[in-house]
Write a protein that binds this ligand. Structure first.
Ligand code: FUB
Ligand code: ZN
Length: 640
């Protein structure tokens, strides 16, 4: 199928890499990878069966569809919700569109047709569409761009339209999106209106719309917006921003858009600044969970190493925005370091954003919780996920990201096939010469590091199979058809197996899954003197439900026990949807620290006595699924 063909089902992946001359890797269609009953497969099933229908009901209940109906005259009612709430419905549609790229979802068709019809009918003749800047606010159109979210909403409309077109070939929403994009192109640009939206998003969307339609002016308009300072906070354009500052979701989206722009144009200045900003992220501003954002106020990045635990902002959308950036950087570079961060976000700070049932969501994802304590208000009073937030950006964002995961498992390149995320699946890849290769992955990852890959090329073919070896996987080994692989396997790179592959060839990869203890940079105040427990890609936490011997804040790990041999890993299929827990030795003070005075002279202090106890750690993503309780990721270490 040719690129930009009328029917959108032409082989595009989560990001359509087929035009971009500067992509090293080609993303594959979401539908070409079928997830089984591994880690992500059941979560995607929950997404489709529980999360997506429940969220539409919530959006309906809170007026998100009625806001369109009232404009079309199909319902008489007041407009409800924040000025950006149109984007919630658009993101929900995008989630459906991406999920439909895996399976047709006949049960969603009617609802989708209904909301699409309302959206299309609500569009102005000039292409403009907003349920907020209409009627008595119509004169304000594009006059409040710093806060108005008009282009933010437009961007989500475009992404929804592209996803639906890619899934079904249907053009109704795509035409609405094109109408709006054409209108923006008339109004904005050099010598016209030269401002941009205070919330980036339109840039990403215009580039994907360009990819779906072939209309170069959309790419040019995205380039124009990228070249302008961000109107909120007057932040420098992303190609010139000296560090990560400001609102984290906005930053993540604009960085992702910058990467897309580089991929299409080869703008080296953009790429070199994105690399600098990436270093700032991973070396100074990202939580160990992959969470992003220190400040609730302004939902912003903090200073370098300013990563508070219980007061972390780490909005689910911020993690998603940075996963989008990581994915694009991986596609551009083929560098495993981006896959490592993508994995860290997905299994930890992203996944914590949704409950195991799939119907409740966190907005912030703190690294410590003390319900009833002084920090209670800092998380908007909530230590439990909710089915609805008045700003409900995160739930549909979670849904579209979950639906996208099959498209981020593997890629192809002129050399062969890359596997980035290990999960039980069956995939059909196409080599550059058109040869079809079926790839079967059998694994219990992330609970187990044994991964068996079976290749079935339709004919004998020489190509490279490249498998990401996470940076934590020291001592990984591999076998090809039962023979040990001789080359040294470097953590933080791709194991490159170039040979003639025949039907039924197998590769067994063994990633060591020892418990790891990770300490933060000493300037991370809330982690000083502490470690986090990690195993494979999973970051652990201790929660009061499993640790009743003492308040969570009392529990310490003895320094001499920071060795994997002192710890036990138990697979608990019945717990939290099936997890591995990590159990090990701990110390608690007697009496509890709870009785200590706030301040005392060190010479007056009674020497506390430590008593041996044990802690049980669960995956961070699963916390707060058994009611409210204390939790922490960073656990103090005691030398005694
Ligand atoms: O402003 C729209 C969305 O609401 C942002 O992306 C989130 O951070 C939340 O503020
Ligand atoms: Zn959000």
């Amino acid at each position: 199928m040719s690129i930009g063909a009328d029917d959108g089902r032409g082989g595009a992946g989560v990001v359509d890499t087929r035009r971009g001359a500067f992509f090293a890797l080609q993303s594959v269609p979401v539908g070409s990878v079928a997830l089984w009953d591994g880690f992500w497969g059941p979560r995607l099933k929950t997404n489709v069966e529980a999360s997506i229908p429940a969220l539409l009901a919530e959006i309906e209940e809170h007026g998100g569809v009625d806001n369109f109906r009232r404009l079309t005259g199909s319902k008489q009612c007041e407009r409800r919700g924040p000025l950006y709430t149109d984007s919630d419905l658009y993101k929900w549609i995008e989630a459906v569109g991406i999920a439909m790229q895996s399976a047709p979802l006949p049960e969603m068709k009617q609802a989708l047709a209904d909301v699409t019809g309302e959206i299309a009918a609500a569009q102005g003749e000039d292409g403009y569409l907003s349920t907020y800047y209409v009627e008595d606010r119509a004169d304000l159109r594009f006059t409040q761009l710093e806060h108005s979210h008009e282009m933010y909403c437009a961007g989500h409309l475009m992404q929804a339209a592209v996803a639906i077109h890619r899934a079904t070939g249907a053009k109704e929403l795509l035409n609405v999106a094109r109408g709006f994009a054409d209108y923006l192109d008339e109004v904005f640009g050099p010598g016209k209106n030269e401002t941009t939206d205070g919330h980036p998003e339109i840039e990403l969307a215009l580039i994907e719309l360009y990819r779906a339609t072939g209309k170069k002016q959309y790419l040019a308009l995205a380039g124009f917006f990228l070249s302008r300072p961000q109107s909120l906070g007057n932040l420098p354009p992303i190609a010139h921003r000296p560090e990560l500052i400001g609102h984290c979701v906005r930053s993540g989206y604009i960085c992702a858009a910058g990467a897309d722009y580089y991929a299409e144009t080869g703008d080296d200045g953009m790429l070199s600044n994105l690399s600098l900003l990436w270093d700032d992220l991973v070396n100074r501003k990202m939580y160990i969970t992959g969470g992003v954002g220190a400040h609730h106020l302004g939902e912003e990045f903090g200073e370098a190493y300013e990563l508070p635990a219980s007061r972390a902002y780490a909005e689910t959308c911020a993690q998603i925005a940075h996963a989008m950036w990581a994915w694009r950087m991986l596609l551009i570079s083929g560098d495993a370091k981006f896959g490592d961060v993508l994995e860290r976000i997905l299994y930890n700070g992203f996944l914590s954003g949704v409950s195991l049932e799939g119907t409740e969501y966190f907005y912030s994802n703190p690294l410590a919780a003390n319900p009833g304590g002084a920090t209670h208000r800092s998380s908007q009073g909530k230590w439990l996920r909710q089915s609805w937030w008045s700003t409900t950006c995160c739930p549909p964002n979670v849904q579209r990201t979950l639906a996208s995961i099959p498209g981020m498992i593997m890629t192809t390149s002129p050399e062969g096939i890359q596997i980035h995320i290990y999960d039980a699946c069956w995939a059909r890849m196409a080599l550059q010469d058109g040869t079809a290769v079926d790839v079967r992955v059998e694994t219990r990852y992330p609970w187990d590091g044994e991964i068996t890959i079976t290749l079935e090329p339709e004919r004998e073919s020489e190509f490279a199979l490249m498998m990401r070896i996470p940076a934590w996987a020291k001592g990984a080994t591999a076998e090809i058809n039962g023979e040990p692989e001789q080359q040294e396997i470097e953590p933080g790179s791709y194991l490159y197996l170039d040979r003639v592959w025949r039907e039924g060839d197998t590769v067994k990869l063994h990633l060591p899954m020892a418990v790891r203890f990770t300490r933060p940079h000493p300037y991370v105040a809330d982690g000083r003197g502490c470690v986090a427990i990690e195993r494979g890609p999973i970051v652990y936490c201790i929660e009061s439900t499993d640790n009743i011997s003492a308040p969570i804040a009392d529990l310490h790990i003895p320094a001499e026990k920071l060795t994997p041999d002192a710890w036990v890993v138990e697979h608990r299929p019945e717990l939290l949807g099936g997890v591995c827990v990590v159990r090990g030795p701990a110390l608690k003070p007697v009496p509890s620290f709870a009785g200590f005075r706030l301040y005392e002279d060190v010479t007056d202090s009674e020497f506390e006595k430590w008593t041996e106890t044990e802690i049980t750690a669960i995956p961070y993503y699963a916390w707060a699924n058994r009611g409210e309780g204390q939790m922490r990721v960073w656990i103090p270490v005691t030398e005694c």
